[in-house]
Design a protein around this ligand. Structure first.
Ligand SMILES: Cc1cc2nc3c(=O)[nH]c(=O)nc-3n(C[C@H](O)[C@H](O)[C@H](O)COP(=O)(O)O)c2cc1C
Length: 181
């Protein structure tokens, strides 16, 4: 039997893959924050959309610098993922507090995160206000990953174990691939 529900739409349509987004402020200081409302929106050119509440420091930094990196965290750094989603870069140095390691990016100024498995370096292409969030569209200008992260052009899930967000403090860990062929 189906029931009507007051559950949030984003909790019914879940879990959603988590990214750690890195940015820099005008002085060049890096910040990192956790986001789950991220999706690919174009394959040629490759573009990615991130839904940010306008008050996020991350949004301010992207609007100022025009660049960001989407890093793919694994279950190994779940505590850092949580910390970066609960504190603002306006108040704390999240690289210092978590011990995450900034790594120079290939084409943009915000750093990659060494402990993450894959990295999409983006240049700001467009923004759209939608309800209480802003959709930030980035063009992917460089891609990199751990050597073992890709097998048969697919993320090596058994090795990488990415995190998905189910809502609140609940996460899902992806561990297995099903190939329907
Ligand atoms: C698992 C998780 C997912 C999140 N996803 C989003 C999101 O998609 N959009 C958003 O605006 N905030 C999201 N947040 C909240 C931000 O991560 C949080 O407000 C953070 O402190 C922002 O940091 P900043 O101010 O340094 O940018 C999420 C938090 C968590 C823990």
């Amino acid at each position: 039997m189906k029931i009507d529900t007051d559950a949030k739409a984003n909790r019914l349509y879940s879990p959603q893959l988590v990214g750690l987004i890195t940015t820099i402020d005008p002085s060049g200081k890096p910040n990192v924050a956790t986001f789950a409302w991220i999706t690919s929106v174009s394959s040629n050119p490759e573009m990615i959309a991130v839904c940010l509440a306008p008050k996020r420091y991350t949004y301010e930094c992207i609007a100022q610098s025009g660049e960001f990196v989407v890093n793919l965290p694994t279950v190994d750094i779940i505590d850092s993922v949580w910390f970066c989603g609960k504190h603002s870069g306006r108040d704390v140095d999240k690289f210092k507090e978590t011990g995450l390691t900034p790594l120079d990016s290939i084409k943009v100024k915000p750093p990659r995160i060494k402990e993450c498995a894959a990295h999409l370096e983006c240049r700001l292409a467009n923004t759209f206000e939608v309800g209480d969030h802003i959709i930030v569209i980035g063009e992917v200008v460089a891609k990199s990953c751990d050597e073992s992260a890709i097998v048969d052009e697919t993320l090596n899930i058994t090795k990488v174990k990415p995190l998905l967000h189910a809502g609140g403090s609940k996460f899902v860990v992806a561990k297995e691939i099903m190939d329907v062929k």
